[in-house]
Ligand binder design. Structure first.
Ligand code: ADP
Length: 390
């Protein structure tokens, strides 16, 4: 081969080899660019989905992720933490790397400070996560529980004091059998009142927030029957007539035992607050929007307009003397209200002093369960039910 050609080919191969080698080195040194990892990443979606106010704060106190609650509650303002006490805690957690929590009182113009609870966690790389909750609803529940406890103990003191005094009186009247019998029967009355009070206090504390999780289909006619059965001997004592009317064959959704308790309380109030030979009527009807209304009407003493809005309060009694005489505790209607609320229903009252009262319990209707009632029962729908005389 021509030495010139040989030299040329050699140079060409050398140059090509050098280029290939440098291409390989270049491509080994510069891999495909990978997008930089976002340290907040998917946390954003989690923060956005939280119901509590939540915020992820970066190393320069900048807000890196937040949610709707944090913005509306003023926990985040713009891209900064809006509560100075919370920012201090965020900085502390970033510095120490230890989680921390604090109760904060956030000042508000012209109103009491807002109570908040904040929990703060370090996420690493200078990131800090904070979640903030409003403590006001929890504090209100605590306050209501404290009031209830204070009122309960106050109410329990009265019959306990009476029992103690009567026991002393029995001791002193040991030689007088007539007086002993009189005091003993009063001890029995006070003890039974005490028992009723304790039972209702327990009932009320069990009911609080307790909703029937899987409500039953409850037969309204059966409900009314049981409430009247429970009230019959009391009605007989007072010569009160118990009557039912309205539509039969209705069903509601709920807890049968609780509903019997509620209806019994209403019927017994009708009996207690009526004059001798009065009448208490329980009427059932299909109400609007898939509801059933059960009304208990009496022609008794009625309630003055000012007292009407307070009758559902715990321990409230309009006529203290009368409710003591009838063994009232002031808890019956608050139990009814609690049960109505637990059933997503309502309790309403109409009353006129001297004319009487109507308490209406409205509950979500349930479709009548299959199989359909026999023709005899079906034909009773819409006709008034029987009257019951004591
Ligand atoms: P109580 O155990 O005292 O009856 P409730 O909570 O059932 O307690 O009722 C509260 C108060 O409302 C009663 O003390 C009474 O003054 C009044 N009240 C309730 N039901 C009637 C009614 N049907 N007619 C007149 N007053 C009533």
């Amino acid at each position: 081969m021509d030495p010139l050609l040989t030299a040329f080919l050699g140079a060409l191969v050398g140059a090509l080899g050098g280029w290939v080698a440098s291409w390989v080195v270049r491509h080994r040194a510069d891999p495909e660019p990978v997008p930089e990892a976002d340290p907040v990443g998917e946390l954003r979606e989690v923060v956005a989905a939280l119901e509590s106010a939540a915020v992820v704060v970066g190393s320069a106190d900048d807000v890196r992720a937040t949610n709707e609650s944090a913005l509306t509650e003023g926990v985040v303002i713009g891209d900064r933490v809006g509560i100075p006490g919370l920012l201090d805690l965020v900085r502390q957690v970033r510095r120490t790397g230890e989680p921390a929590s604090v109760h904060l009182e956030v000042p508000r113009a012209g109103r009491p400070p807002r109570p908040l609870a904040a929990r703060v966690l370090p996420l690493g790389d200078g990131l800090v996560f904070a979640v903030v909750d409003d403590r006001a609803p929890g504090l209100r529940v605590e306050e209501a529980a404290r009031d209830f406890l204070a009122n309960s103990t106050h109410e329990l003191k009265t019959p306990i004091g009476a029992v103690m005094l009567l026991a002393e009186a029995v001791e002193q009247a040991a030689d007088d059998p007539v007086a002993v019998r009189r005091f003993s029967s009063r001890i029995q009355a006070e003890a039974s009142r005490l028992g009723q009070l304790v039972a209702q206090i327990i009932q009320l504390s069990r009911l609080r927030g307790e909703l029937p999780r899987r409500p039953d289909v409850v037969d309204v006619d059966g409900l009314v029957r049981q409430a009247l059965d429970r009230s019959r001997s009391f009605a007989e004592q007072r010569s009160i007539t118990l009557t039912t009317g309205g539509t039969s064959g209705l069903h509601v959704l709920g807890d049968a035992a609780q509903l019997v308790t509620a209806l019994t309380n209403l019927v017994q109030n009708g009996v207690a607050y009526s004059d001798q030979r009065g009448r208490v009527v329980v009427t059932t009807r299909q109400a609007d929007a898939g509801a059933v209304a059960i009304a208990v009407t009496d022609n008794g003493i009625g309630i003055a307009p000012d007292d009407l809005e307070r009758v559902f309060e715990r321990f409230f009694r309009v006529d203290y003397a009368r409710s003591r005489e009838t063994g009232g505790t002031g808890l019956g209607l608050s139990i009814v209200a609690e049960i109505a609320e637990g059933h997503h229903g309502t309790i309403d009252v109409w009353s006129k002093p001297g004319s009487g009262s109507t308490f209406t319990l409205t509950l979500p209707a349930a479709p009548s369960p299959a199989p359909t009632p026999p023709p005899a029962a079906a034909s009773a729908a819409g006709t008034p039910n029987q009257e019951e005389h004591p």
